[in-house]
Write a new protein. Structure first.
Length: 484
């Protein structure tokens, strides 16, 4: 698989998917290279057999298709019965952080992953690190009004960069800033109003930018206003996840790939988690399955809204051209509608993401063309460049009605940590750390968030219908008409 080559990509037989954030959270599905194929560009290589369409639609493609994955890390399957203090099910960002912080606290930890660490959203998301919360209204139901959680967030909102530095994880974790850009004065005022909380009460470095500063940051005259969160930036989520897994192993955790949890049985005051060839007996179990729940606990299969998204990487840009696009290095979101969550990684590749059309979810060329039109409009110098598609993949986001992750008490000693609303690159490792501290101290009553019971949603396809079938097509049309 030629994932980092600057010489073009090979024609692909596409097979599976992952996940993306609605405005830059997590990414999606990909394809394996066939030998001797030609470079891909709009109208060229993304001819997907009909039987593969559903795999793109469901977010179930091979991990190798993600543009973040230079090589898939392989961990052995569980093939015996073992014991642990805590069994973590799922080795994405939440499970890897939870396992790391539990092991660091001295607990015996076993991590079971149905495929391989980082297989889902954590290996496919858009790589955006935004150091804010989507909404603070959820804190009205917290016993303390959210005070303890907001204090924890204030201290740890840069957790991807902090952990990458502490454990020397080579994952392109760059604190280069997160920029909300807009043409509209009214939207700019709304962005400034939202930023005041983070600026004044959370102590973050937040800049309000006018046309001159925006030109310096973006290399474009298109967006006249912006709000820059300097503690934001980017990360390769797959490499970050696997770095956390290696750190957890360094603290004594045992990690098993290709080990789907198939059955959960109470044995006295402990629990047995059975896989195809082994089992883990543990005092406590935590499910971190997010948008890819298995059969082990039915109540976390219908309590969220799955939403398919995609990610794209281009071939590396020429150095001179890359210096003209986002010279400030920030990760970019456009307001009021973020159709092109955007960054340039350390390989000078454009990484962009969105939600696929319902009629052609596997058509990488078509989706790339939508972004390329916007890129040409925003940076006129790119119109003469031959910017080529390198990777296209899809995956799943788990959305909730509440703008806060699901932290569930499923049974005595069995918990769930999942559903990050496409905000997982910060919230998943942070929530894993906080839950680990509560479990290690055996004081879950001191957690800075309440535990709840999962509640089935009325129509799991609601967000698919609203966002993919209505809002995104309307926004794309508005942008083509020059209204966005």
């Amino acid at each position: 698989m030629n994932t980092e080559s600057g010489t073009g990509i090979r024609r692909r037989s596409c097979v599976k998917a992952g996940l993306l954030g609605v405005t830059g959270g997590a990414l999606l599905s990909g394809c394996e290279s066939d030998d001797g194929a030609t470079p891909a560009h709009p109208g060229a290589a993304w001819q997907v057999p009909a039987q593969r369409e559903d795999q793109f639609e469901q977010g179930m493609s091979p991990l190798e298709g993600s543009g973040w994955v230079p090589e898939v890390a392989r961990y052995p399957a569980l093939a015996q019965s073992i014991e642990a203090d805590v069994c973590v099910i799922g080795a994405g960002l939440a499970g890897s952080s939870l396992g790391l912080h539990l092991a660091r606290a001295g607990l015996a930890v076993a991590v079971l992953e149905a495929r391989q660490p980082g297989w889902g959203a954590s290996g496919r998301n858009a790589g955006h690190v935004l150091p804010t919360l989507r909404s603070r209204s959820v804190f009205q139901r917290f016993p303390d009004g959210g005070r303890a959680f907001l204090e924890a967030f204030r201290e740890h909102h840069t957790i991807p960069f902090d952990l990458a530095r502490e454990y020397a994880i080579d994952c392109d974790a760059i604190r280069s800033g997160y920029l909300h850009a807009t043409q509209r004065e009214g939207t700019f005022e709304e962005l400034k109003q939202r930023s005041r909380f983070w600026r004044q009460l959370q102590g973050q470095a937040v800049d309000w930018l006018g046309a001159v500063e925006m030109r310096e940051m973006t290399g474009s005259d298109y967006y006249a206003h912006g709000v820059l969160y300097r503690d934001g930036g980017r990360v390769n989520p797959y490499l970050f996840t696997n770095g956390l897994i290696r750190a957890a192993i360094g603290h004594g955790a045992r990690v098993f790939g290709d080990s789907a949890a198939l059955r959960l049985q109470a044995e006295g005051r402990r629990w047995r988690v059975s896989t195809q060839a082994g089992s883990v007996i543990a005092g406590r179990v935590v499910l971190c399955t997010n948008a890819y729940p298995g059969p082990i606990e039915p109540r976390v299969r219908d309590n969220f809204y799955p939403l398919t998204a995609y990610g794209i990487t281009t071939e590396p840009l020429p150095e001179a051209l890359a210096e003209q696009i986002m010279p400030g290095g920030a990760t970019l979101a456009q307001e009021p509608v973020d159709l092109h969550p955007f960054l340039i990684d350390r390989h000078r590749r454009i990484v962009v993401s969105s939600l696929p059309t319902t009629t052609r979810p596997a058509d990488g060329d078509w989706h790339f063309a939508q972004h390329l039109r916007w890129i040409h409009r925003t940076w006129p110098a790119t119109r003469e460049a031959n910017i080529r598609l390198q990777h296209y993949w899809t995956g799943r986001v788990a959305l909730r009605d509440e703008e806060f992750p699901g932290v569930f008490e499923l049974h005595p000693g069995v918990y769930g940590l999942m559903h990050f609303n496409a905000w997982g690159n910060v919230m998943a490792p942070l929530m894993g750390k906080l839950l680990a501290e509560g479990l290690a101290s055996e004081r879950l009553d001191t957690l800075p968030f309440p535990l709840s019971r999962p509640q089935a949603v009325g129509n799991p396809r609601k967000q698919h219908l609203i966002i993919r079938r209505l809002l995104i097509p309307a926004a794309r049309l508005a942008q083509r008409m020059g209204m966005l």
